[in-house]
Each structure stands twice: as structure tokens, then as C-alpha cells.
Design a binder for this molecule. Structure first.
Ligand code: GDP
Ligand code: MG
Length: 735
């Protein structure tokens, strides 16, 4: 085969110390010719450009290079001539571009071949390599796109691969030019290698193939006496049997040989029931498979992962088990949120109380001290206590979304969602609504059908956002201390049920139209990384802190002012004299009790006559059936601005009632005496469903326009009022 070599203006000299052909240019510099070979789109041209500093055209689609480009560089005193060849999938194929590459290989012009492999697609890239291996040319293997491979979790043992391919293996990123010097060093080293160290690798073919190969090989040796060694004749035999038309043409004069090859191919395909070409291909793929099993580890092997994914899905997406599992997971989420969250919440509570006491000691008595202690600290403190609950809840939601379970829920619930006139795709925005309705409403943009989108937008506010959670925790802790977790779970169930019911109502009566089917991608399950979970939760914590610093401070101060003024109130009783009288009671304990009671009454009357009291009382009649007091009315009103202010309002409103007991325990106690548990449950449902907050209203307006935003407010207020009324009326029958 060396006979095919063209020496193209180069003088060839044998040099014992190098063992290979040593070529020099006119400046007496050593010249090494390098050919870049490999599949289309594996980065040959990129590597060529990076090695040579020139700008060929690269593109992320196969077959950009059609002609051979050459570039000469000097590296460590050696002139290296690099040739960029068109991509080749297989040496036996017949397309024009592939022929150019094949002819170049046959010419054996290159001193060293650089076989570029797509490290992320080794199965395919190595097919060409198996053909190259049989040629026995000096080859350096380049695992290009190593960055992408690593991203896919692929690790390759270069040393093992190198010994199996019998040539150096290097990793590069041709896009960024990483690993270029190592490639050039390996090229020079390879060129220096003695010839007898470079030999072809024999692939183990099927025994029938081997028989045919030997037969053809024997004839070739007879026809080319003394011209070919064992390797060369075997290679030619292989190629002829594999159907290399170029070599068949070259051997055209040996009709005997051509006939033998044709017969052998025919017989093999008949006895095996598959073409001779695919028998060769099978052996090559088998070789690659075995090779890769040895040298490649995929951290998270896609195939194995898909298998695991499939088995998990058989359970999780089971027709009967799927939904109970889903409900079970949700229940577990809320139950553990409440039980686990209670500990850190307690620590924060203590911290807030200590801070408040500190501030109280430092500041002189007066309006400013009251503002700081009863307004700002009480308001913020009442809300900050709930940070742990929110973080734990979001830990679970992050886990569900990172593992791939959340995507399944869309699939799981799609059938059910359709019953409600909703799209499976509406589920993710709905779950996002548990966080905040504003981004969730924006996320409905993934739903193509405008009708289905509008429904998804309008029902989103019924999904209980995390800002509503503190109010539920406060109220269920106060009224249902033994079943607080379950109560919160129930609230979320009501939230979902209402959203679904509203969807049916809207799609059947208000926004008509058909539903269309869709394809849901189910990503493979993966273990969530610590980083992604931390990012998820961190964002929440940050949002929360920002919110506390902004809207809650403003809300608390506003409410505090409204309940402090006007100051000149005419009381129904002269409390001063009444208290003085109570102090004269002989029994000390009784006297103290009477004084406290009078003080509380006075405070109560003062607040009822404050601006806040007036506002609250003016709307309280609406809630006469439910049994909500004026403080509840105030909290409800404040929640229209932002849901998180509800608890802050309670913090400020009840702050003064309990001079002895402050903090969240005191708040719970005070509230628990204000109404019956049935009313409290009705209040929770009301707070869950009534008007969206201002930001959400704005989001609805942006997505659907003012009239739908107005519709949303009226619709939700009506629902909330009706539901809470029904709860109190029905509950009254039983309790
Ligand atoms: P060729 O067909 O073998 O010549 O491949 P090209 O050099 O045209 O490259 C194909 C695409 O792969 C281009 O979009 C390159 O930017 C990109 N590419 C090449 N090498 C790398 C690499 O190491 N890493 C990454 N991420 N992309 C690469
Ligand atoms: Mg190219």
C-alpha cells in the first residue's frame, strides 16, 4: 500500500533514529503531515482552526467541509501541515465527500492521522475508527467536545482506551481551543514512532466471515505475489468483502477475485439472513460496545436511568395507585412542614421577644416606643415566625420539581384535569401558585390554547400562595392545636378543589370551547443536587426577607397608626375612677384581676373607637353570620393589599391585649378566645378564597385585561363569602 504514497515536493529520507520517514522542507525543517479525519460534525474544522489559527467555516450541522483545506504551522521547530478533510461515517460508503476522505486515507500521504471523535457520541464516532484501526496507520485519537461529554456525565478512561486502540488518546475542546498543544506534542511523538510499533488491530469477525476472509486473502496473496504482507492482504480482503467499490474497481483486472468476493458475499447473506455489510457492521458495533463498557462510565447512564425511570413510573403513574400516592405525598409534605417547622419557629419567636424586650428597656416611654414595639416589632415578628414553615414547604416543592415528580403530576392529573376542562399543562402553573400567584399566572403562557389559558389564569388565585400560609398556621394553631397539620392539609385540598370547581364552572359556563390533547414530556428521574435545592429555597428566603422589609413594615406601621388615633376618645365608663375603686378591694388577687379586666375593657373600647376600629366595624356586618369580629374585618381588608399583612395585622391588633404574654403563643391565645372554632374554620376558608392581592390583580389584568381582573375579584369574593357562610350554617347544625 505504500506504493500509493505521493510525496508532493518533499524529499524523503530514512532516519534510523526516528524509524519513520523523515521529511524536511527547503529550510531543512522537519515536516509532518497531519490529516484530520472523523465523522461529520465532530469538530474537525474547529480543531483545524484552533490548531492553525485560521478561520474555516464551522457549523452545527453535518458536512460543512467538502474540499481539503491545508494549513502550515510551526511548532517546536517542526513544520506541521494540517489537512482538514470532509467527514466520513464509513470507509465503504459511496458519497462524494466520503470518497474524498477515503482516497486521502488510501493515498497514505499523512504521516499521522488525527482521528477526531465526538466524546459524547463515541458509539457512533468509533464506527469509522474500527475501519481506521484495520488500516494500521499512525493515528492519534482526539476526544473532542469533551465539555459536552462531561456535561452528560460521561467519563472516559483515556489510558485504557489508548491501549485498546494502540495509539495516544487526548481530550480537547475545539470550540475553546483547550488541549491543542498536547495534540501537537502527541502528533510529533507519533511521527517519531518506529514503524513496527504501529500495526493494525484485528477485529474478531464471525467464524463464517473469517472463513471467507481467509479464502479471499489467500487468493489476493496469490494474485499479488511478494507485494503485500499478512496485514495488508487481510485488510484488502476485508474491504472487498465489506463491499468497498473503490478497491473492487482497482482489483478489476482480477476477475477471478471479483467473482470469489461476489460469491462469498452472496453465500454469507443467504446463510445468515442478513447482508454481508451488516454482518461486518455488527462485529464493529460489538467491538465498540465491549470497548466502551471497559473505558466509559456514564455517571448517570441515560439508558440505565430510563430503565429505572420506567420502573418508578409504573408505580407512580399507575392507574389506580398514582393518585393515592400523590395525595399521600401531599399529606406528608404538609404534615412534616407543620411538625418540623414548629421548632425553628419557636426559636425565632423567642428571639423576637428578646429583641422586643431589649428595645423596650432601651427606649423612653412614649409614642415612638409604642410604634417600634407594638407596631413594627410585633408586625414583623408575627410574620417572621413563619419563615421556617415556608422554607420547609419549598424544600418539598423543590424536591418534587428537581426529581421530575412534578412533571409527572401533570401527566397523572391530565385525565382528571380534562374532566375540569383544564389542560394537563395547567398543572405546573397551578402548583407554582402555591408559591406566589404572580409568576404562576405568567407561567400559564406555556398553554397554547387561549381559552384554556384564560381558565388557568382565573383559577390561579384560588391556589393558596405561601403568603396565606402564616394565617392558616396561626389560626389552626390557635383553634385546632392538636390537628394543625391536618387542618392545613385540608386548606390546601379546599384550595385545589375550589380551583378545579371554578375551572369547570368557567369552562362550561363562561369561557366555552373544546379541549385539545397534548404530548407531555416525562424527564428521567434524577437525584436533585444540593445546589439546586439551596437555590430554590434561597430564592424563597430572599423574597420573604425582602417582603418583611417592605410591605409588612409599611402595613404594620399603617395599622398601628390607624389604631392609635384619634387619641381623644370619650369612654362609656370613667375607667380611671373604676380602676381606682378596684384597687381598694381587700383581696389582693381579686383586686389585681379586676384591674386587669378594666384595663383590657378600656383598651378594647379605645381600639373600637380608633380609625381602624371604625373601618373594621363598618364592614363587620357583612360577616355577622360568620361571626367574624372587627379585627378580623381589618385583617381581611389588609390582605387585599398583600396576603402576608393579614398576620401582621393580627400581631398589631392583639399586641396590646396581652401585656403579660407576648409573642406568637400570646397571639394564639388571644385569638382563640375571639370566636368559635367553626367561625375560625370559616375565616380560614374566607382568607383562602377571597380577593386576589393587588399584585395578582395586576398580573391578571396584564394577561387577560381589566374586565377579567374585575371578574376575578367579584367571583372570588362571592365564593369566599358563600363558602364561609355555608360552613358556619352547616357546622352550627352539628356543634
Ligand atoms: P466538522 O463537521 O467535524 O468540521 O465540525 P465543526 O468544526 O464544523 O463543528 C461542529 C459544531 O461543533 C460547531 O458548532 C462547533 O462550534 C462545535 N464544536 C466543535 N468542537 C467543540 C467542542 O469541543 N465543544 C463544543 N461544545 N462544541 C464544539
Ligand atoms: Mg468541517
Amino acid at each position: 500500500m505504500k506504493a500509493y504514497r505521493k510525496s508532493q515536493n518533499l524529499t524523503t529520507s530514512q532516519d534510523a533514529s526516528f524509524g519513520s520517514n523523515r521529511v524536511v522542507n527547503k529550510d531543512n525543517k522537519r515536516v509532518i503531515t497531519v490529516g484530520l479525519v472523523g465523522n461529520p460534525n465532530c469538530g474537525k474544522t474547529s480543531l483545524f482552526n484552533k490548531l492553525s489559527g485560521s478561520q474555516g467555516s464551522t457549523g452545527n450541522y453535518p458536512r460543512v467541509t467538502v474540499e481539503i483545506q491545508e494549513s502550515r504551522i510551526e511548532y517546536k521547530g517542526v513544520e506541521i501541515r494540517i489537512k482538514d478533510l470532509p467527514g466520513i461515517y464509513s470507509l465503504t460508503s459511496t458519497s462524494l465527500e466520503e470518497r474524498i476522505g477515503r482516497d486521502y486515507l488510501h493515498s497514505e500521504e499523512a504521516d499521522v492521522l488525527l482521528n477526531i471523535l465526538d466524546a459524547g457520541n463515541l458509539d457512533r464516532s468509533l464506527f469509522f475508527t474500527t475501519q481506521l484501526l484495520e488500516m494500521g496507520q499512525a493515528t492519534v485519537y482526539v476526544l473532542n467536545m469533551i465539555d459536552e461529554a462531561n456535561k452528560k456525565g460521561i467519563r472516559i478512561d483515556n489510558k485504557d482506551l489508548s491501549s485498546m486502540l494502540n495509539g495516544p488518546v487526548l481530550e480537547t475542546n475545539a470550540k475553546l481551543g483547550v488541549g491543542m498543544d498536547a495534540v501537537l506534542d502527541a502528533v510529533i511523538e507519533m511521527a517519531d514512532k518506529p514503524h513496527d510499533e504501529i500495526h493494525p488491530i484485528t477485529l474478531p469477525y464471525d467464524s463464517h466471515l473469517e472463513e471467507a476472509i481467509t479464502k479471499v486473502q489467500d487468493l489476493i496473496i496469490k494474485l499479488h505475489p511478494g507485494q503485500m504482507d499478512q496485514h495488508q492482504s487481510r485488510w484488502l480482503s476485508l474491504k472487498l468483502l465489506e463491499g468497498d467499490d473503490e478497491l473492487l474497481r482497482r482489483e478489476g483486472e482480477h476477475s477471478h477475485l471479483i467473482e470469489l468476493v461476489r460469491r462469498a458475499r452472496y453465500d454469507l447473506s443467504h446463510s445468515h439472513g442478513e447482508s454481508c455489510d451488516s454482518m461486518f457492521a455488527n462485529t464493529r458495533y460489538g467491538f465498540i460496545h465491549g470497548l466502551l463498557l471497559e473505558v466509559r462510565t456514564v455517571a448517570d447512564c441515560p439508558d440505565k436511568r430510563m430503565q429505572i425511570t420506567r420502573s418508578i413510573d409504573q408505580i407512580i403513574l399507575h392507574r389506580l395507585l398514582g393518585l393515592p400516592i400523590f395525595v399521600g405525598l401531599m399529606w406528608m409534605m404538609f404534615e412534616s412542614t407543620f411538625t418540623l417547622g414548629a421548632y425553628p419557629a419557636n426559636w425565632i419567636d423567642h428571639g423576637v421577644r428578646a429583641l422586643s424586650a431589649q428595645a423596650g428597656d432601651l427606649l423612653p416611654h412614649g409614642l415612638l416606643r409604642d410604634l417600634l414595639m407594638d407596631g413594627i416589632i410585633m408586625g414583623i415578628g408575627a410574620v417572621v415566625v413563619f419563615l421556617p414553615y415556608i422554607l420547609i414547604l419549598f424544600f418539598f416543592i423543590a424536591m418534587f420539581s428537581e426529581t421530575g415528580y412534578l412533571a409527572r403530576t401533570s401527566f397523572l392529573l391530565d385525565r382528571i384535569m380534562h374532566i375540569f376542562g383544564l389542560h394537563g399543562k395547567a398543572f405546573i402553573p397551578l402548583v407554582m401558585g402555591f408559591g406566589c400567584n404572580v409568576p404562576a399566572i405568567m407561567a400559564t403562557r406555556t398553554i397554547e390554547s387561549p381559552r384554556a389559558r384564560l381558565v388557568a389564569v382565573l383559577i390561579n388565585p384560588f391556589m393558596s400562595c405561601s403568603q396565606r400560609l402564616p394565617a392558616f398556621i396561626l389560626l389552626s394553631g390557635a383553634f385546632f392545636p392538636d390537628n394543625a397539620g391536618q387542618m392545613i392539609f385540608i386548606m390546601y385540598m379546599i384550595s385545589i378543589a375550589t380551583a378545579m370547581g371554578a375551572a369547570v364552572f368557567l369552562s362550561k359556563l363562561v369561557i366555552r370551547g373544546g379541549t385539545e390533547s397534548f404530548v407531555m414530556e416525562l424527564p428521567p428521574y434524577r437525584l436533585p443536587t444540593l445546589g439546586s435545592i439551596i437555590t430554590h429555597i434561597g430564592t424563597r428566603a430572599y423574597d420573604f426577607v425582602r417582603m418583611v422589609g417592605g410591605v409588612i413594615v409599611v402595613g404594620s406601621i399603617t395599622i398601628w397608626f390607624l389604631q392609635q388615633f384619634p387619641r381623644d376618645i370619650t369612654y362609656s365608663v370613667n375607667y380611671e375612677t373604676a380602676i381606682a375603686q378596684a384597687q381598694t378591694i381587700a383581696d389582693a388577687a381579686q383586686s389585681k384581676l379586676a384591674v386587669t379586666e378594666l384595663n383590657n375593657k378600656k383598651e378594647q373600647e379605645r381600639m373600637e373607637n380608633s380609625y381602624l376600629g371604625m373601618i373594621g366595624q363598618s364592614i363587620t356586618p357583612i360577616f355577622s353570620i360568620q361571626g367574624f369580629g372587627w379585627k378580623d374585618s381589618v385583617a381581611i381588608l389588609s390582605g387585599i393589599f398583600a396576603k402576608e399583612v393579614v398576620v401582621a395585622s393580627y400581631g398589631v391588633l392583639y399586641g396590646q391585649d396581652n401585656s403579660s404574654e407576648t409573642g406568637s403563643a400570646g397571639l394564639r391565645n388571644a385569638i382563640s378566645q375571639a370566636m368559635t372554632p367553626i367561625s375560625a374554620f370559616a375565616l380560614m376558608v374566607f382568607l383562602l378564597l377571597y380577593s386576589p392581592c393587588l399584585s395578582t390583580i395586576a398580573a391578571i389584568k396584564r394577561e387577560a385585561g381589566w374586565s377579567w381582573a374585575g371578574f376575578s375579584i367579584i367571583f372570588s369574593l362571592t365564593l369566599a363569602w358563600t363558602f364561609s357562610t355555608v360552613i358556619v350554617l352547616v357546622g352550627g347544625l352539628f356543634f
